[in-house]
Structures are given as structure tokens and as C-alpha cells.
Design a protein. Sequence first.
Length: 172
Amino acid sequence: MEKKSQTSSVHGGNFVITKLAGTLSFALGLFLLDRVTKWYFVMHPDEQFDIISDILFLKLHLNTNMALSLPLFPPLYYSLIVIVVIILMVLLVKAMQHKNYFEFAVVTIILSGAFANLVDRAIYGGVVDFISISFWSVFNLADVYIISAIGIWLIKIFLEEKDVKGKTISKT
């Protein structure tokens, strides 16, 4: 009997390591894809690809402002970055401790996008954006990762909250 429980915990540990390694590998792949696309547009600054004429196109834009091109006040911006990264790292550790793989994956993807944009600021003095929607904004793949992960996370939280409220109502 004892051998079985030891074997189960070993396999469980391997499963955890496999999931974490898979998530980290996926996030690294996303980071590298972002870096390659940005590198392409930095190396070809005059290149433009029209996806939907006059609406959606790909062209280099160096964003020296904050997210969504809001004006940048460096002390405030870098303070916010440090605070957000610390919060995300705490959430990442808690997700690992509680074996919450969904939250671990979401936070890892957010961090991969954030790190990719921080690398841009360090190298180019701004974030390399290249996806342009004429009536909205210019952004990059890292931004897509961050917004998508946050959006999926919020939907999951909303659905869980709705499910909890539904169960509470049905019990009364």
C-alpha cells in the first residue's frame, strides 16, 4: 500500500512539473514570436502590409508613451510597472502553491507580454508597435497576449461568480 501512494505522489509531481514546463514553454514561444515580429518591422521600417484597406495594416510605430499611447511620466510609469510585476509574481507563486494551472498560465502569459514590451523600452526607448487599426490604436503581439489573458481571466471569474450565485439561489 505504501509503495502505491509514493508512486502516485511521484506521478502527481511529474504531472505538475510537466504542466508548469509546458506553460512556461508556451509563454517563451509567445515571447519569441513577439520579438521576431518586432525585429522584422524594426529591420524594415518602411514596410507596410495592408490587411483590410485603410482599416487594418501592419507598419512600424515606436510608442514612447504608455499603454494606449497615454502620455508617459517616467517616475509614475516605472513605479506602476514595479508594482504590477510584484503583484503578478505573487499571484504566480500563489497559483503554483494552490496548483491553479489556469491562473498560472494566465499570469505567465501576461508576464511574457509585459516582459517583451519592457525589453523594447530598454533597447529602443519605446515599445515597437506594428498592428494598426486606423480608427483605434497601434499595438503589438505582446499587447494582444496581455489583453487576451486578462479578458479570459475576467470571463472565468465572472462565470465562476455567476455559478456560485446560481448554486446559492438554488439551495434557498
